[in-house]
Design a protein around this ligand. Structure first.
Ligand code: PMP
Length: 432
């Protein structure tokens, strides 16, 4: 319950009151705010984080999916402590960046890559690149998919009225989004209607992870690739999240070759690094006097060294085996809870991540997602928090298991979740 959260977190409340005077909502990203005030964290280690009140949490948010290597991973600390002795930004190119580029190309099946620092920058550059390559303007995106915080794709990310094209922020002029087309996820018919010869690219989260976790219909994905070939537009996989869920990301998992792939979050072990990669003929358009791509902090020394060790030594095949196995235990735990308590609960899992919905079945797209009963979800969330488990980053997020989580962590999660779902069950729904 919200009151348990408030009782446990008086210092977070105080910090919020002070911080909001100097920072809107007292946070540095809208996604860190939740009612009645955000949680302020002090430190993390392995699968745990601690807040300003000294409360310990098992963390399944992991920086919105970044920290699959766990918080304050010893190897990462060692590598960046060593690297910083030689400086953090070179200005000109750092000599190890090519090593990382080759490693990523081989692992993710890409011909060439460029680096940025965030998912937002990478998707922004990717649509520019697609437009330059195809000499077309229109970009198709899916409702409920999030591609970062830049104007052109910040459309129908979380609309209150699904199906009506609306910017997902104040301050985005209509003209800016006039070349953005929004359609339903997993819906072949609605995609077929817009897949025309004037489209530059379709961008997607290959598994939707900004409306919980919505699995991908393989027939739908096949149609997208077929139509892109037929009509001559590019397929962009925004793997900011999915790229860290399987060894070779979603493209490897689905065995497809998108024209452009974006990577981010987990691949650099907690440091800011993102990737725009893809087919040679597309990537070669980037360059002076051609497609602009820049960034002072791109492929900085710390991020490059951290990414190399993350990919080479930490996020290995056996690490994925561990994360997937524990995540499956969590899925089974939730399934048992639903059965034991007789609660309408559906669970979706993909690799180390998963989500729960208070509904009979997992939604297939945003329209189905937004109809769900979130009053139950929020009761569940506050009980989890006040019992020492951060189950996920928000109602539209998912759990992630790291290489540092243990079976005991999973058991504790399931124990606490049982109580949280029991309480949620008692809540009278707000739904009409
Ligand atoms: N794409 C996807 C699929 C994401 O989930 C996110 C962030 N959650 C982004 C892009 C934006 O990444 P960043 O916050 O690093 O800009």
């Amino acid at each position: 319950m919200i009151s348990d959260y408030v009782n446990k977190t008086p210092k977070s409340k105080l910090l919020y009151i002070e911080n909001k005077h100097f920072m809107p909502y007292g946070v540095s990203s809208n996604y860190r705010y939740f009612d009645p005030y955000p949680l302020y964290l002090v430190k993390g280690k392995g699968s745990r984080v601690w807040d300003v009140d000294g409360n310990e949490y098992i963390d399944y948010n992991l920086g919105f999916g970044v920290l699959e290597v766990g918080h304050a991973n010893e190897k990462i600390i060692e590598v960046i402590n060593d690297a910083i002795k030689d400086g953090s930004i070179m200005g000109f190119e750092y000599y190890k960046t090519g090593t990382l580029a080759k490693m990523i190309c081989q692992r993710y099946g890409l011909d060439m890559v460029r680096f940025s620092s965030s998912g937002t920058e990478a998707t922004m550059h990717s649509i520019r690149l697609a437009r330059a390559f195809t000499k077309r303007k229109k970009i198709i995106k899916f409702e409920g998919h999030y591609h970062g915080s830049h104007d052109q794709l910040l459309v129908n990310v979380n609309p209150l009225k699904p199906g009506i094209k609306t910017p997902s922020s104040l301050g985005i002029p209509e003209e800016i989004i006039q070349n953005t087309i929004v359609v339903d996820w997993n819906n072949i018919e609605s995609f077929e209607k817009v897949a025309k010869e004037d489209v530059a690219a379709v961008i997607m989260e290959p598994v939707a992870m900004n409306m919980g976790l919505i699995p991908t219909d393989k027939e739908f994905l096949k149609t997208v690739f077929e139509l892109s070939k037929e009509k001559g537009f590019l397929v962009i996989f925004d793997e900011t999240k999915t790229g860290g869920k399987f060894y070779s990301g979603a493209a490897g998992y689905f065995n497809v070759k998108p024209d452009i792939v974006i990577l981010g979050k987990a691949i650099a072990g907690g440091l800011p690094l993102s990737v725009i990669g893809g087919k040679r003929e597309v990537m070669e358009l980037i360059g002076p006097g051609k497609v602009a791509h820049g960034g002072t902090f791109n492929a900085n020394v710390l991020a490059v060294n951290s990414a190399i060790v993350t990919l080479q030594e930490l996020l290995t095949e056996s690490a994925f085996y561990h994360m997937h196995r524990l995540s499956e235990m969590l899925e089974m735990g939730y399934t048992d809870i639903a059965e034991d308590l007789g609660v309408e609960l559906s669970i979706a899992r993909w690799g180390p991540s998963g989500s729960i919905y208070f509904s009979e079945s997992v939604p297939k797209n945003y329209k189905e997602f937004i109809k769900l009963d979130f009053s139950k979800w929020f009761t569940y969330f506050y009980v989890m928090l006040s019992s020492g488990v951060i189950p996920m980053g928000g109602f539209n997020e998912q759990w992630t298991v790291s290489i540092k989580h243990t079976e005991e962590d999973i058991q504790k999660h399931i124990e606490v979740a049982e109580e949280a779902i029991r309480k949620a069950k008692e809540i009278k729904t707000n739904m009409p």
